[in-house]
Unconditional design. Structure first.
Length: 317
């Protein structure tokens, strides 16, 4: 990114003009930025909504990725929540709170990343807000449509169900550790942290297959499956041998003195989708069986309590 004018020099409305000029309207955007509110189509008559916030130094670091990378991450964190309900994303609303000396070009990069991630699922950035703040903060609200389906809740898992996953886990967590130790390779892991590869389409597919519960893995596989276990009042057992570890992850774990399964089971930010299905359901190739549901409570790994970290907690240091 080339240093240029600051957001303070541009002013609020100048910055808004720069950012909105980079946005395109998707098929569900009937009226985009420029008025007091946007107008988004809701063919189903029900709107799925989710909000997430990213704070500089807490959820991202500008020296670890570009504004475009952070835009992708911010959009993915919200769009994945829509997919995890078995729904189709339609729109994003974005609030940016920025220090006055922030380079305006960085804000443009952020807009590019948000727009690109939204466009990848047929959604669009339809509006938002801006404010000055000593801490750079990006807050995103995602909207979605059910297309006539019923939402898949966390509370529907039943004893006898299988647990399956679409996407990958551990890659972003490994990338975070690599970056926090001052390294920039392996590229596979660092890129996974910078830009998640979210299996958005698999959310509605799982819904149509009869998924009984679903969640996206944002905080860590065991922590997020714990939410399903709690909401459904069941026990979930995860099978560790269901996960393939790439050589880059094994090598990085050895070099850094880390158990790679701490990334797989406790690392977040990959936004894989985990769902429970009735036994006997024929899963598409994008889904792999990773566990089972039984009577009881809590989450175990191969029948035993996991001694490592379960996942991310925003209020723990």
């Amino acid at each position: 990114m080339t240093e240029g004018t600051s957001v303070a020099k541009d002013g609020e409305f100048g910055l808004i003009a720069r950012v909105t000029a980079r946005l395109t309207a998707g098929p569900t955007c009937l009226l985009g930025p420029g008025d007091d509110a946007a107008l988004v189509a809701a063919p189903d008559g029900r709107v799925v909504a989710s909000t997430d916030v990213l704070v500089d130094g807490r959820h991202f670091r500008r020296d670890w990725g570009s504004g475009t990378d952070i835009g992708h991450r911010a959009a993915a964190a919200n769009l994945a929540d829509i997919a995890a309900m078995g729904a189709y994303p339609t729109a994003l609303l974005v609030a940016l709170c920025a220090p006055p000396d922030l380079d305006a070009a960085w804000a443009e990069e952020l807009a590019d990343g948000l727009a690109e991630e939204a466009e990848s699922v047929g959604a669009s950035v339809v509006g938002g807000d801006m404010s000055a703040s000593p801490t750079l903060t990006v807050a995103v609200t995602a909207l979605g449509d059910m297309h006539g389906l019923q939402p898949v809740l966390r509370s529907g898992a039943r004893p006898g169900d299988i647990v399956a996953m679409a996407g990958r886990v551990g890659f972003a967590g490994a990338g975070y550790t690599v970056l926090s130790r001052g390294f920039r390779t392996p590229k596979l892991l660092v890129d996974a942290y910078r830009r998640p590869q979210v299996p958005y389409k698999q959310g509605p597919i799982a819904n149509r297959l009869g998924a009984t519960s679903m969640i996206d893995v944002s905080d860590g596989l065991l922590a997020d499956l714990g939410h399903i276990a709690d909401a459904s009042k069941v026990a979930i057992d995860v099978h560790r041998d269901a996960f393939d570890l790439p050589d880059q992850m094994r090598d990085a774990a050895t070099a850094l003195g880390v158990d790679p399964y701490s990334w797989v089971l406790g690392g977040g930010d990959d936004h894989a989708l985990c769902a429970t299905f009735p036994a006997g359901v024929a899963l598409p190739e994008e889904w792999r069986r990773v566990g089972t549901v039984a009577e009881g409570e809590g989450v175990t790994v191969d029948g035993r309590a996991w001694e490592g970290r379960l996942g991310w907690d925003h209020f723990k240091i």
